[in-house]
Design a binder for this molecule. Structure first.
Ligand code: MN3
Ligand code: MN3
Length: 324
């Protein structure tokens, strides 16, 4: 950019993309605050869980806290810095604020369930857990190395992999418990977070596809191949992580199936072919039961399929699409 180029003010009366106002409105409509959700009942429910179940629950929340911390502090800010549209920047800024709300909401849950000493232990565990640190590093490295359209595409794709795929090894357990009527308040918070992440994944997926369109066609395959290889590298860490957290409570296989299912959704958000081909019916029905009806309709994004996003054709994208 030339040094003396005039700075432009954002003009909401001339919107750059036909989808920008829709995404802005939807994000605003979804705004929520962690402290609005009552966790009183969860305190009773917590005491009915075994020690091992409590440990799994605490660790998955601590792990999610790290991912949201990075997404709010590094991911969204890095991406928005490299996006041209002022409206898209505004939307990403709002999303970044919600990442901080997500990160904070886990602390709100912790403060209801655990002692301060235990909470400190969990935050220490986050720093020590290798699989968690490694998957986070892969994503954050891509955020910190944006120099051109190619690296911007990889950063955006990584963001979608984080939000539509990696979060779900953590989301599984609160959904699994709330699907059985346990830890309902916390489950409600997780549902609100999932509703946000589904919009974030869709939006950044669209931006990623726009960036890919700008790259010469013959160079695109190398980039999309790289997305699959990052996804698979992350999957190895995800398996280790899931084994550590869910192995002892016997849920490993079911969590992995759910993670595979969401990896496919992430690929779909990027307009790419699915890899694992897990179907809805393969998902533990208790987990689906834990998704509230409002959140369940986020499946609409995936069921619309590739063509919807792939073509970058947003003509059929209407306000009704967000009508949850
Ligand atoms: Mn988040
Ligand atoms: Mn997000």
């Amino acid at each position: 950019m030339p040094k003396n180029k005039s700075k432009k003010a954002i003009n909401w009366n001339r919107i750059s993309g036909d989808y920008s106002k829709l995404f802005w409105d939807q994000n605003i409509r979804q705004f929520w605050v962690d402290e609005e959700i009552s966790l009183v009942e969860d305190k009773k429910s917590w005491k009915t869980l075994s020690k091992q179940e409590q440990t799994t629950y605490e660790k998955i929340l601590a792990g999610l806290t790290l991912l949201d911390t990075e997404q709010g502090g590094v991911g969204m800010p890095s991406i928005l810095k490299h996006v041209d549209s002022l409206h898209d920047k505004a939307i990403l800024t709002f999303m970044a604020a919600m990442e901080q709300m997500h990160a904070k909401s886990y602390s709100t849950i912790f403060s209801t369930l655990s002692s301060m000493e235990r909470i400190d232990e969990l935050f220490h565990w986050v720093e020590e857990n290798k699989a968690l640190q490694q998957k986070t590093k892969i994503i954050v490295d891509s955020y910190e190395n944006i120099t051109d359209d190619k690296s911007l595409y990889i950063a955006m794709a990584s963001s979608v992999l984080l939000e539509t795929y990696l979060f779900y090894s953590g989301f599984f357990y609160p959904l699994y418990l709330s699907g059985q009527g346990k830890m309902i308040g916390s489950g409600e918070i997780i549902n609100l977070i999932i509703r946000d992440e589904s919009v974030h994944g869709l939006f950044v997926g669209i931006l990623a596809q726009q960036v890919l369109e700008r790259i010469p066609e013959k160079e695109r395959k190398e980039l999309t191949d790289k997305v699959y290889s990052i996804m698979l590298e992350l999957f190895e860490h995800e398996k280790t992580y899931t084994k550590e957290l869910y192995g002892e409570i016997g849920l490993y296989d079911e969590v992995i199936t759910y993670v595979e299912y969401n990896a496919d959704k992430a690929l779909m958000n990027l307009g790419l072919d699915t890899h694992f081909d897990v179907e809805d019916k393969d998902i533990n029905s208790i987990v689906l039961n834990g998704l509230d009806t409002e959140t369940k309709t986020h499946d609409f994004f995936s069921t619309k399929g590739n063509g919807y996003i792939k073509a970058l054709n947003h003509d059929d994208f209407e306000e009704d699409d967000f009508n949850w």
